[in-house]
Design a protein around this ligand. Sequence first.
Ligand code: SF4
Length: 451
Amino acid sequence: MISIFEIFKIGVGPSSSHTVGPMKAAYEFIKSIEDNGFKNSYDKIEVNLYGSLGFTGLGHMSDKAVVLGLSGFHPETIDMNNSSKTLKNCLDSNTLIILDKKINFNIKKNIIFNKKFSTVSSHSNTMKFSLFKNRKKILEEIYFSIGGGFIIGQSKTKKLKKDIIFPYPFDSASKLLEQCKKSKLNIWQLVLKNEALSMDRNMVHKKIEDIWNTMNDCIERGISTKGYLSGELKVKRRARRLYMSLKKKEVPEPLDSIEWVNIFAMAVNEENASGGKVVTAPTNGAAGIIPAVCKYYMMFIPNSNKEGLYRFFLTAGAIGILYKLNASISGADVGCQGEVGVACSMAAAGLVAALNGKNREIENAAEIGMEHNLGLTCDPVMGLVQIPCIERNAMGAVKAINAAKIAMRGKGDHKVSLDQVIETMKQTGKDMQTIYKETSEGGLAVNVVEC
Ligand code: SF4
């Protein structure tokens, strides 16, 4: 079992698997240098990024993330001003300060993007960190970025996180519903009891508020920033323009709320594409969906309140855990159905909970949210998390609201279960060709030609 706070993590854009994961791996590697007693006895570090990281890592700023991780920055605590200075210094001087020691480090030479899968492992996001002294390798660590900012070391025994034993463990939707029935709890109440094992209940609520405030700040930054997104595609930011035009509208229309949802989702994903501070939910590429649906709840639902927000995040987090345990939340593993599809499913469930829906309705909403994202491929143009990712978040957020509405109008006697759709997503991801799994070798990525 994992915590909902491993599904929702404050981090930086543009990608959880290609930016957050490599930064964390580099951060772990410097700890390994210290633990192995090599702090003062090396003269070179080399980093090899394989598979999907090799294909699209440059567009996802994986190299910059590695530099920051080696310099001691962690995605959850990063100071954006200091990190920019560190990066600039490395690019200007070809040096890095690692554990108080200055070494030569040329980002183009010391970080190697390999457009092939590693011989070490066929995992799509493999990272090899090597330490040298007088050209002799003295330490090597392999990490895998497995989606949503999670990383694991090569050796299974060397897991980077300790397991927590919750009072109400569940590894499938049917078990979750069964546990709720037995204990007469709503899903959010059960998840709160699980989370309260490792921290005070007030702390759980405080952490949810921090997550929501970070998401809301991100929406605000997104709708107040003009200009172009980073990268060679030269994509113009649209959230601010859409916001200004909707605000000026004199005659309201029935579907205005949908337009607001589009703006909120796009604002977050434009911030993410620019390397800004976002909440991984459950990934960075899909980071706009949950904030947009939450903001919709806060802005358009009468009597919406903090309690509703708690119910939203506790429930959406439980659904994210089910995907993480039983399928994947990585575009490089199962395509975009594992990112936008999962976020849509989580948001649909969260909204039903915020609206005080029943457990069966929550399960149904989560199922609908994924069912209509099955087969969604990952084909970011030029390896940038911009096209189709930004608009896709707007589509995913609207779909999540619709899924919640369909589920709450139903009678709970639906034919497809959440467990079945999660298994279907996993199998579809397995059958999907590699070119559609964050390699930018297929789909829109090859049909949208750079002018
Ligand atoms: S297409 Fe989907 S999975 Fe791929 S980078 Fe974009 S948001 Fe992530």
